[in-house]
Design a protein around this ligand. Structure first.
Ligand code: ADP
Length: 364
């Protein structure tokens, strides 16, 4: 039998469309090396998104494809992953040890933005990423409750930096740790930006692949100021399929566009209702809305989460669905959305600023 050629192996790999990258691994520049030695093919793949759960499936898939190439007697495939820092708004500097900040936003309140942010953070962590969650929803900081750490307060060791709360495999900080949840507070725009900048810069986040920010809902001055001042690699928009929520979600998309923040995708929440008694699925808020605005604005629809009693109950009890029922259908959907988000980000421009020396220009 003749020795298989490298281009035959490449062609076999190229036929596989990665479901998260939505392209093949060669086009995504994920194939690091291909070696052929006396019929034994060794392939190394490095994905740019967390993939502990996906890795064995991908290895199996590629082994089968490469093993089917004529002349291949053994197929060795090794998949690894690494999250790198991606570019932020041109006018801002990325945050030191945090590789990527992702803003989770919604055009209006009550659409499930915080629930989605918590579950996505947990899904990224389940795939092996180092993840932080910063609750900046000043109108109703709910992350401490959802992550079961409502009674905790961040500590400081040196009086200057705060240690984030560790919970469920994440690190977490919240504007809610600094204010009393029962105390209604009127925060003016500049105060929020200052408070958020302080939470970002004075928290000892450690090395993180992703820091998700649960943004205040809406598209007003506060949100605009935040999206101009926080160095983010991308944004996610959460919406329900209701027309009114969709209109506001489009406003959110446009706002990020204006300030040069890439929208990584739209997530449709409460897309259908699944009856907890009989399992019947119904589109009570209409259907297809998320897909429509995603298509109209040329951003992907990353996925849809049904309106399901367990999602609310689990979030309320401090153990969101991804950790409460990790093998369930809804956790699976969150995992898929998180991987698509990570994959989408991995295809965007990297941040090269940390490779260059800092140049500062001062007036004197
Ligand atoms: P927002 O952050 O957009 O204001 P929340 O995440 O606080 O919204 O969600 C509002 C309410 O809806 C909460 O009680 C939450 O538990 C519930 N909720 C969110 N998503 C779902 C869902 N997919 N199914 C059922 N309840 C949900």
């Amino acid at each position: 039998m003749s020795e298989p050629r490298k281009d035959q192996i490449e062609a076999a790999i190229g036929e596989y469309q990665d479901p998260y990258l939505e392209t093949d691994l060669l086009s995504a520049k994920a194939v690091k090396s291909i070696e052929v030695n006396e019929g034994a093919a060794s392939v190394a793949v490095e994905l740019g998104f967390p993939a502990d759960g996906y890795k064995p499936l991908l290895e199996k898939e590629l082994r089968a494809r490469i093993g089917a190439v004529e002349g291949v007697t053994e197929a060795r495939v090794e998949v690894s992953w690494k999250v790198v820092a991606h570019a932020v708004q041109p006018t801002l500097k990325p945050l030191g040890s945090v590789r990527n900040i992702i803003a989770v936003a919604s055009g209006k309140g009550g659409v499930g933005k915080s629930t989605t942010a918590a579950n996505l953070a947990l899904a990224l962590a389940a795939d092996g990423a180092r993840v932080g969650l910063l609750d900046a929803d000043i109108y109703g900081p709910s992350q401490p409750r959802m992550l079961g750490v409502r009674s905790e307060r961040p500590q400081t060791t040196d009086g200057k930096t705060m240690r984030p709360i560790r919970t469920l495999g994440l690190v977490c900080m919240s504007i809610g740790f600094l204010i009393d949840e029962d105390q209604p507070m009127v925060w003016r725009g500049p105060m929020v930006t200052q408070a958020l900048n302080q939470l970002l810069s004075e928290t000892d986040w450690g090395e993180l692949d992703y820091l998700l920010i649960d943004m205040p809902p809406g598209t007003g001055d506060i949100q605009l100021t935040l999206s101009q001042n926080v160095p983010v690699s991308g944004a996610l928009i959460v919406t329900t399929p209701q027309d009114i929520a969709l209109l506001d979600a489009v406003k959110g998309l446009k706002m990020f566009e204006k300030v040069n923040v890439r929208v990584l995708g739209v997530i449709e929440n409460m897309s259908t209702h699944i009856c907890s008694a009989c399992g019947h699925e119904e589109a009570i808020f209409g259907s297809g809305g998320g897909a429509r605005i995603a298509a109209d604005n040329e951003v992907p629809l990353l996925g849809a989460i049904p309106l399901d009693l367990s999602v609310r109950e689990e979030a309320d009890s401090g153990r969101p669905t991804v950790v409460a029922q990790p093998d369930g259908e809804i956790a699976h959907r969150y995992l898929e959305i998180a991987r698509r988000m990570g994959a989408r980000l991995s295809m965007l421009a990297r941040d090269y600023s940390r490779l260059f020396p800092k140049i500062s220009i001062e007036d004197n």
